[in-house]
Write a new protein. Structure first.
Length: 132
């Protein structure tokens, strides 16, 4: 009788542990780069002045949110900036939603700065800021 109880306990334990495994877990969360629709802001600034540039982009569902700006310095006084978005959840309505966030720019030295906001892999919305 004790042997049957031990076997039943082992079988129940196996069933519980395999029933709770994450093999069927679906992770719908993802991070995506998106192209900008528009960038608007001042064309001039003074040294160390923070100027806001309004960046407009579109997410593909109601689960999409702004995550960050991915910045790459491509030359002296030139940056390529890509909008990164995050999508969380599986129950999302596939609908284009326009969002706007501020990109803060400042420079410690005078000069002409070129900010290239990614639209596609090879096209950019270029903003030139003259810092005095």
């Amino acid at each position: 009788m004790k042997a049957i109880k031990k076997i039943m306990l082992v079988l129940i334990s196996i069933a519980l542990f395999t029933g709770c495994s994450n093999e069927n877990y679906v992770n719908c969360d993802q991070t995506l780069a998106v192209g900008v629709e528009d960038v608007v802001g001042p064309a001039t600034a003074t040294i160390n002045q923070i100027i806001p540039l309004e960046v407009t982009f579109v997410v593909g569902s109601n689960c999409g949110e702004f995550l960050s700006f991915d910045e790459i310095t491509t030359a002296t006084n030139e940056k390529t900036i890509t909008v990164m978005t995050k999508y969380e959840g599986c129950a999302c309505n596939l609908i284009a939603i326009t969002k706007t966030v501020n990109y803060s720019f400042s420079a410690a030295t005078a000069g002409t700065y070129v900010l290239k906001f990614t639209i596609t892999n090879n096209t950019f919305k270029t903003i030139t800021v003259v810092v005095t």
